[in-house]
Design a protein around this ligand. Structure first.
Ligand code: PAF
Length: 282
């Protein structure tokens, strides 16, 4: 596996591969890799002859009060795990390589319909940060295909939308969420949870499963359904952020005509904010 941090060497390598007719599948990450990331790498191997992974903890997508400084950085272990999965190139730029003029001066990418709802409401500026870095990484890596986890469902929709709106010739592949045996969605932030909180956290996915079952059985009062779910979540120790039943493409509120659903949830356990979702058709 080649490891590259600078743009010139990256561009030379990509251009050599393109000339040789290789196809590139890309997995952007912020590192601290777990089985969910590894499933993205495995999926990427299905779509390209060369697999590139980036590890970059993107300061532009963290709010002032968020966990940028304490975000886990485990580069050595991550590189070993990627090497074992036959990744061809690991791109590990630093913030001054990606943002040479500083964060304030960076041109940004904004996806208006999706950036200020749900997670975007709780984390102002977050999706501009994601959309901007992903666009930059796409322009650097020039992948044919890029793989993202469905765990970050809204992020995936933001990326699909920017790719379509900016006419980027990249196919976006969504990869199903990997879960612990308990049902807890795998996330780098699970490392912040105590053993007790890990047990409590399993209520989140259980609540989503019961909501889906109720909708499949014909429940139409979505507001009541959300309030009932909050009751069980609050009893389990969660603090409210949002819980919403949406159309799976627009992420607007679902209505009686909706057939493709996603239930999106974010809630805090202690100091850790967890997100999860369940998508289904009716
Ligand atoms: O999902 C993530 O790890 C990040 O948001 C991403 C897509 C790598 C952009 O920094």
């Amino acid at each position: 596996m080649i490891q590259i941090a600078d743009l010139k060497t990256l561009r030379e390598q990509i251009s050599a591969w393109k000339k040789a007719g290789e196809t590139i599948a890309f997995v952007p990450t912020m590192g601290n890799l777990h089985a969910g990331h590894i499933s993205l790498v495995e999926e990427a191997h299905q779509h390209g002859t060369k697999v590139i992974v980036s590890i970059f903890v993107n300061p532009l997508q963290f709010g002032a009060s968020e966990d940028l400084n304490k975000y886990p950085r485990t580069l050595e272990a991550d590189a070993q795990a990627l090497e074992a999965k036959s990744v061809d190139l690991l791109f590990t730029p630093t913030p001054d390589i990606i943002y040479p003029k500083g964060l304030e001066a960076q041109t940004s990418v904004h996806v208006p319909a999706l950036s200020n709802i749900h997670c975007g409401k709780s984390r102002p500026g977050h999706f501009e940060g994601v959309a901007t870095v992903v666009t930059k990484l796409f322009n650097l890596v020039q992948p044919d295909v890029a793989c993202f986890g469905e765990k970050d469902f809204q992020q995936l929709q933001v990326i699909r939308t920017l790719t379509e709106d900016l006419c980027l010739p990249i196919r976006i592949v969504g990869v199903p969420t990997m879960r612990e045996d308990s049902g807890l969605a795998m996330s780098s932030r699970n490392g912040y949870l105590s053993q007790q909180e890990k047990k409590q956290a399993t209520s989140l996915y259980r609540a989503l499963i019961s909501m889906k079952a109720a909708i499949m059985e014909g429940e139409k009062n979505f507001e009541v359904l959300c309030e009932q779910a909050w009751k069980t979540l609050i009893d389990a120790g969660f603090e409210r952020d949002y819980l919403t039943i949406c159309d799976a493409t627009s992420l607007a509120d679902a209505n009686h005509e909706t057939t493709e659903f996603v239930i999106l949830a974010a809630a805090k356990l202690g100091t850790t904010r967890l997100i999860d979702n369940i998508a289904f058709s009716r």
